[in-house]
Design a protein around this ligand. Structure first.
Ligand code: ADP
Ligand code: MG
Length: 311
């Protein structure tokens, strides 16, 4: 292709909300053999909502939700946002304000119930931890890492959530399990169609996620992806990309999160979701501004049309 053709294609991409950083990336996309999708926020809407909140050990529901939401408030993860929103609504309906001013405040955004936290850390693929009132709050893998035991009944609740494609979040406070949250994150509407379309184009779709195997399998089944890799930490996602590259295959990675940036950088073509985190966007060669997965196909088509080659 001539430099003019590349320029035109880049312009066509931009008009469709597909930002392409450079002619090399545009050229490589025609040869893509595998498209590896992150799950949360990429195949799914990333607009999660809490569907279950079970509280243990006699703690009050409001207290439980407030602790978890306060811990999650500094995280950008879709799960964290869902938990904070759910808790905001809980407080709104639990304690409706009496004065007009307070009502107005509540309706818009009232986060006054959030507790002060210290030493917050978000652990990609694991969860968050911090201290509230000098006592540690943490979730998921952090529990087992910190030696908090998980009773069978709690494990059973989580298994049930996961088998229906939801994410189960176990929460500990002061080294005790205080409850479990179930969060549902629906697939993007176009996800299954795009997976089918790629397959028809001779491109193999793969799903890689930090989420657990049960949830991952349920979501993969729903979207029509056979090749799934679950419980993968951020560095592991890059290893997955490299394993597909071993035989010289060209691999694209589509992701939205901080946890995807090593894989986006390792891929021959990194495609970041425009609504994703800045770090992912920086690591990628393509930015899908419309947050629509159909643009993965648009990008490959555009490259194929610009660089006609015998394949
Ligand atoms: P994906 O790879 O599908 O985008 P992530 O790696 O972001 O998923 O998250 C994987 C898992 O790590 C989540 O399903 C959840 O169990 C846990 N996790 C990550 N961030 C958080 C958080 N802020 N709060 C609770 N759990 C979290
Ligand atoms: Mg993600």
């Amino acid at each position: 292709a001539t430099p003019t053709a590349v320029m035109v294609a880049t312009g066509v991409g931009a008009n469709n909300g597909v930002l392409i950083k450079g002619g090399d990336a545009l050229e490589r996309a025609q040869m893509v053999k595998y498209v590896v999708f992150d799950k949360t926020g990429t195949l799914t809407q990333g607009k999660a909502s809490v569907t279950t909140a079970k509280v243990f050990n006699g703690m009050e529901r409001g207290e439980f939700l407030t602790l978890v939401a306060s811990a999650e408030a500094s995280s950008e993860h879709p799960l964290a946002k869902a938990i904070v929103e759910y808790t905001r609504h809980f407080h709104f309906f639990d304690e409706p304000s009496t004065t007009k001013d307070a009502q107005k405040n509540n309706k818009e955004s009232n986060y006054s119930w959030l507790l002060d936290v210290s030493d917050f850390s978000a652990l990609p693929g694991k969860g968050v931890q911090c201290f509230i009132d000098g006592k540690q709050v943490g979730n998921r893998k952090l529990l087992t890492e910190n030696g908090v035991s998980i009773p069978k009944f709690a494990e059973d609740i989580v298994v049930e959530l996961e088998e229906s494609g939801k994410t189960g979040i176990l929460v500990a406070y002061d080294s005790t399990l205080i409850g479990v949250l179930g969060v549902a994150d629906p697939l993007k509407r176009e996800a299954a169609v795009v997976v089918e379309g790629l397959t028809k184009m001779g491109v193999k779709p793969v799903m890689v996620t930090g989420d657990n195997w049960r949830t991952a399998r349920a979501v993969a089944r729903e979207v029509g992806i056979q090749d799934v890799r679950a419980e993968v930490m951020p560095a592991g996602k890059a290893d997955v990309i490299r394993s597909f590259q071993k035989d010289g295959s060209v691999v694209a990675m589509v992701g939205d999160g901080i946890n995807d940036s090593p894989a986006l950088a390792a891929a021959d073509i990194g495609m970041a979701i425009g609504a994703g985190t800045d770090i992912a966007i920086e690591a990628a060669e393509y930015v899908l501004m419309r947050n629509n997965l159909e643009d993965v196909i648009t990008a490959i088509d555009l490259s194929r049309k610009t660089f006609t080659r015998i394949r």
